[in-house]
Ligand binder design. Structure first.
Ligand code: FES
Length: 105
């Protein structure tokens, strides 16, 4: 883990409509952003089971479904709901200024 975290510009809010997800790389870290009913959340963009890009997945009732082996992770808390993954996703702080979404990495 890095010792110094800072907020980094991720994308424009207009690029992340309610219900949408977006994978971004920030300072070498893969982050998965989601807009759940107007609330923006950020979790690790890589599945904890294998090194797989979660932005290839789909949203189901507030969870991201990994399309490789179908583990589901809560988009707010990172909690894992079903195997084969057993470790939760890391959660990142988000702030919004105007139309810009920043993530603390
Ligand atoms: S890589 Fe995501 S569940 Fe296996």
């Amino acid at each position: 883990m890095k010792l110094t975290a800072k907020f980094v510009r991720a994308l424009s809010l207009s690029e992340l409509q309610p219900g949408a997800i977006a994978g971004v790389e920030l300072e070498g870290t893969q982050v998965l952003l989601s807009n759940l009913d107007g609330e923006v959340h950020a979790v690790s963009g890589i599945c904890t089971h294998e090194d797989y890009d979660l932005s290839q997945g789909f949203v189901l009732e507030g969870a991201i479904v990994c399309t490789l082996h179908l583990s589901q992770f809560d988009l707010k808390t990172g909690q894992v709901y079903n195997p084969p993954a057993t470790e939760p996703l890391r959660v990142f702080n988000v702030k919004i200024e105007g139309d810009i979404v920043f993530v603390e990495v």
